[in-house]
Design a protein around this ligand. Structure first.
Ligand SMILES: *Cc1c(COP(=O)(O)O)cnc(C)c1O
Length: 664
């Protein structure tokens, strides 16, 4: 494989090898490679894993002898059965070639690419043992590995070591679900604590908000719903400490909780106690948020209507001024905010919301509006980019050294850097290893700042602090899912060993990918495609490049959008072609999205304007269609192969545009 673009002089910020810390990872050693360049080592290690497993089997009670005797394998029925197995595998292998060549540098479509050898081998090796991480009984080894990788992620984020907690999930959707599930339960916790304290006749509990300390019994409903998350959890601790029987107190809280009672009974009781029904609480997300939040608000019973979309700016980042206006409005109407979600790497544009600015607004909203909420970061896509902010010893690197290490391309921008380092102030974060971690499905993860919050979603013995019982005893008790693959935990663990979560390892990989995207952006922006013209979104925060395409003969934006759709069909294995089995593989793969006026509002107006369409035309067309290129390959911009992929893509794009115009 060719050398990555950043094979420049050794990084002076890295410690010398003698210190015991390894130097930067050579990215050429990480993947199987588009042509299987690393096939020899991959094969050797796979075989090693398999043989080692068989030896293990043979050594468990070797005196038992063999279930299948060699002579039996000569029987026609055995031979027939094995031949069915072999034939079926061959058919499957044939079918699989109808899939998408994610490993190829020519694939710049969805968020998939080549995977790390470490994770593939780790998965394969562990799959043979089939551990189930629902409980340590079924996964004595891999539950430990899962907790270790969650620790890696929590440390990379910077949540306090003594308090943090996290685990793997099947993906970002479930991770986001759990974060909002916790946020909702913490939001209503003070009310449950108050009712439990009344039932148990515990007096003298105080609660502290930005407005000062007050007796719990005197707080208004609005005040109860606006205690900061940490204070709500402290309040629960204080109640448990004030009672003799912690278990009974915990059960009382559970009985009085919104999750125990359900929204209907809970709302009814609020009305009885406070003369006020439960005001519908909202979740605030940027208008670029992943569609999982809509599902989640529906499934949690909060209601899809309570999902509020905050406008984004021209860089497709949540607009802090717009967020502030919405918060003021909500405070005035006394509508509680369960959570504000920042997205670190939007699915469509890889935009990084200003997590730091949202944290500033959180402080200000507490002081000026009396509002408190849970701040969740959906870093399903961009989470691994946090690794660039860590040095080999896990210390935070300053902006200048982060950037200097990434020369010659300027990545990350200072605003992205500020957002990354601010994640440590938030309450929870979703990070998907199976996205920018280059690890096979299924592997998502969620991390929480305050481990106590998991008690609010545990079902068996809820709210009980299991003194002495190790976390690893039963993961399934604290999480949404049940049975889950220990092999996924081993895959993530292997990858983190080989590519540490700092500037030497993942930081290097993510940096090279993101700089590849910037190079693609520059190439397209500089290119002369006349009579076609490209309307590019601004240079990406991470690694996704989007652009619309216009031509003088396309008189309306709707026609232009249809034209972009035809380009997409020519540059993908779109469902329309696969359904008819006409699988003609394009030279390059991209994907497509529509920046819909309904969600994007003014943010996408400049994209349409650069095509020559005004805001009215943009609204009438319902949005603007763009091609979307996700650059994960860290070698894309290094033109040392026989093919210069950036030039190749530009040439293919031109051909496809000409052809699509002719057939339109
Ligand atoms: C992919 C993605 C999700 C959902 O993750 P799954 O693993 O597909 O469930 C959520 N948020 C963002 C920003 C994503 O990119």
């Amino acid at each position: 494989m060719s050398e990555p673009a950043d094979e420049s002089p050794p990084d002076p910020t890295l410690p010398p090898t003698e210190s015991g810390l390894s130097p930067s990872i050579d990215l050429r050693s990480v993947f199987l490679g588009p042509k299987g360049e690393n096939a020899a080592v991959f094969e050797r290690l796979l075989l090693e894993a398999f043989r080692d497993h068989v030896f293990w089997r043979r050594n468990v009670h070797p005196e038992d002898g063999f279930r299948v005797q060699e002579v039996e394998k000569r029987s026609p029925s055995y031979q027939y059965s094995i031949s069915v197995l072999e034939q079926t595998l061959l058919s499957l292998l044939g079918e699989l070639k109808g899939g998408v060549p994610f490993f190829s540098p020519r694939y710049i479509g969805h968020m998939t690419s080549d995977l790390t050898m470490a994770s593939l081998i780790g998965y394969f090796a562990t799959m043979l043992y089939n551990p189930n991480n629902v409980a340590v009984e079924g996964s004595p080894v891999t539950t430990r590995l899962e907790l270790e990788v969650a620790e890696d992620l929590g440390a990379m984020v910077g949540y306090p070591a003594a308090d943090r907690w996290g685990h793997l999930t099947s993906g970002g959707t479930v991770a986001n679900f759990e974060a909002l599930w916790v946020a909702r339960n913490v939001k209503y916790l003070p009310i449950a604590v108050r009712w439990a304290a009344e039932e148990l006749q515990v007096g003298g509990l105080t609660a502290t908000s930005a407005a000062g300390s007050k007796d719990l019994g005197t707080l208004s409903l609005w005040e109860l719903l606006n205690l900061p998350p940490r204070e709500s959890l402290d309040l629960l601790d204080r109640l448990l400490a004030a009672t003799e029987d912690r278990q009974a107190a915990a059960e009382a809280v559970s009985r009085h909780s919104a999750s125990g009672m359900g929204y209907q009974s809970f709302g009814y009781r609020l009305h009885q106690h406070f003369g006020d029904a439960l005001p519908p609480a909202v979740v605030l997300v940027p208008s670029t948020a992943h569609y999982s939040f809509e599902k989640i608000c529906r499934a949690l019973g909060m209601g899809g209507n309570q999902l509020v979309h905050v406008p984004v700016d021209e860089n497709f980042r949540m607009d802090p001024a717009a967020l502030w206006r919405i918060l003021q409005d909500l405070a005035q109407r006394q509508q509680p905010v369960v959570a504000v979600v920042s997205v670190l790497g939007t699915t469509e544009e890889s935009a990084v919301d200003r997590v730091d600015r949202v944290e500033e607004l959180r402080t200000r909203a507490g002081e000026e509006l009396g509002l408190a909420w849970h701040h969740h970061v959906d870093a399903a896509w961009g989470g691994y980019a946090l690794s660039v902010t860590r040095d080999a010893a896990g210390r935070r690197r300053g902006f200048q050294s982060t950037l200097a290490d990434q020369a010659p391309e300027a990545w990350p921008s200072e605003s992205v850097y500020r957002a990354l380092v601010a994640v440590e102030q938030t309450d929870s974060v979703t990070i998907d290893p199976h996205k920018f971690g280059f690890i096979p499905y299924p592997a998502g993860a969620v991390c929480f700042r305050d481990r106590r919050s998991r008690e609010l979603v545990s079902v068996e013995a809820p709210y009980v602090f299991h003194s002495g019982a190790p976390d690893s005893a039963h993961l399934g008790r604290f999480i949404l899912e049940g049975s889950k693959p220990g092999a996924a935990a081993a895959a993530v663990w292997m990858a983190h060993q080989v590519l540490p979560l700092d500037a030497r390892g993942y930081g290097r990989l993510i940096g090279a990918s993101s700089r590849g995207a910037l190079a693609l952006h520059r190439r397209l922006a500089a290119g002369d495609f006349s009579p076609f013209h490209l309307s590019l979104l601004p240079p990406p925060d991470l690694n996704i490049v989007c652009f619309a395409v216009g031509h003088p003969s396309l008189g309306t934006l709707s026609e232009t959008n249809q034209f972009v759709h035809r380009l997409y069909q020519a540059l993908s294995l779109s469902t329309e072609t696969t359904a008819t089995h006409r699988v003609e593989r394009p030279d390059y793969f991209v994907t497509k999205t529509v920046l819909r006026a309904e969600e994007y509002g003014g943010a996408a107006v400049p994209v349409a304007a650069r095509l020559g369409f005004d805001e009215a035309a943009y609204r009438e067309a319902g949005g603007v269609a763009v091609l979307r290129c996700t650059v994960m390959d860290p070698f894309l911009a290094a033109s040392r192969d026989r093919v210069d992929y950036l030039e190749g893509f530009a040439a293919t794009l031109r051909q496809v545009m000409v052809a699509a115009l002719a057939t339109g």
